[in-house]
Design a protein around this ligand. Structure first.
Ligand SMILES: NC(=O)c1ccc[n+]([C@@H]2O[C@H](COP(=O)([O-])OP(=O)(O)OC[C@H]3O[C@@H](n4cnc5c(N)ncnc54)[C@H](OP(=O)(O)O)[C@@H]3O)[C@@H](O)[C@H]2O)c1
Length: 273
């Protein structure tokens, strides 16, 4: 892939995940800079990955060809307003937003330009196992689209969405979703401890089973999720009892409601920020 000079504005959890995945994929450390108001996260990134760091957003923006906008959504307007003022404008820079709940229209207003790709990655990017949604308006050039796609493919898999609201649906199904699986695993591990395992044993049981199940899904693209479940579920057996308990208590509806709540919150943020 092209190795443009790439600056991450905001060196938090998601930037660390993306930087780690990019370095593992062979992106040169010398072509990456991270910026943050305070030093500790920058020092850790420099020590772990050998990238450039700065506490000055304008310095990073002047150095880079592409900027990953990676501050909290509530900070984006303040950050971009100051950045435009201190650099004299962001013309010529490709802006890659990873923020939830900020529309391209708002980003264009904040940044004073429209060379923008909106993305929604997730934290497994840290291991090269990310899932990222991408959206850009028609005028964004193919070379910029390709760069963003290749960057996100270096840390996992990608999916372009045709309508911007698709990014909010990617948030519900992928961006926020590692947390759903962690919650489910937490609940299972807690119960396994109650049933007599040590915490370490419970974690091993849950972690290895989740890993195995996810790998089985990936290794069998032509087998439906329902069929994979059926292969575990002996008639009159133990799994059938567990699944009956989940379904009687409305697991499918709980999941649907949770994903709808994530989409609703993303849309609400788009009206507020
Ligand atoms: N975490 C996820 O799973 C995930 C997934 C997809 C998308 N996202 C999006 O990614 C973005 C970042 O999320 P995160 O979880 O990485 O948050 P985070 O860990 O809080 O990182 C945000 C970073 O921005 C820094 N910052 C604050 N003000 C700044 C400024 N004016 N200039 C430069 N840096 C500034 C913060 O520094 P201090 O802490 O020192 O104040 C912090 O290190 C959000 O917009 C979120 O919607 C997150």
């Amino acid at each position: 892939m092209e190795h443009r000079k790439l600056a991450f504005i905001g060196a938090g959890n998601m930037s660390r995940s993306l930087i780690s995945g990019l370095i593992q994929s062979g992106y040169p450390a010398d072509a990456i800079m991270a910026v943050n108001p305070s030093r500790p996260k920058l020092d850790a990134l420099a020590a772990d990955f050998g990238i450039h760091t700065s506490q000055n957003n304008a310095e990073a923006a002047n150095w880079a060809q592409a900027l990953v906008l990676a501050v909290k959504p509530q900070m984006m307007a303040t950050m971009l307003e100051a950045l435009v003022r201190s650099t004299g404008g962001l013309d010529g820079k490709l802006l890659i937003s990873i923020a939830a709940g900020i529309s391209v229209t708002r980003l264009e207003q904040m940044a004073g330009q429209s060379r923008i790709v909106r993305t929604m990655p997730n934290t497994p990017s840290l291991l090269g196992l990310g899932m990222t949604g991408l959206y850009a308006r028609e005028h964004v050039e193919q070379a910029d689209r390709d760069y963003c796609e290749q960057m996100m493919q270096a840390v996992g898999k990608t999916l372009w969405v045709a309508q911007e609201d698709g990014i909010n649906q990617v948030i519900a199904a992928a961006g926020s979703a590692p947390a759903y699986f962690f919650l489910f695993m937490e609940a299972m591990a807690t119960e396994a401890v109650k049933q007599g395992f040590t915490e370490q044993e419970a974690r091993l049981l849950v972690q290895q089973t989740a890993l195995g199940a996810a790998n089985m899904v990936a290794a069998n693209p032509d087998t439906s999720l329902g069929d994979l479940r059926a292969q575990v579920t002996s008639k009159g057996g133990t799994t059938a009892e567990a699944i009956r308990s989940f379904q009687q208590q409305g697991l499918e509806q709980l999941v649907a409601d949770a994903m709808a709540a994530a989409v609703a919150r993303a849309r609400e943020l788009e009206t507020q920020l």
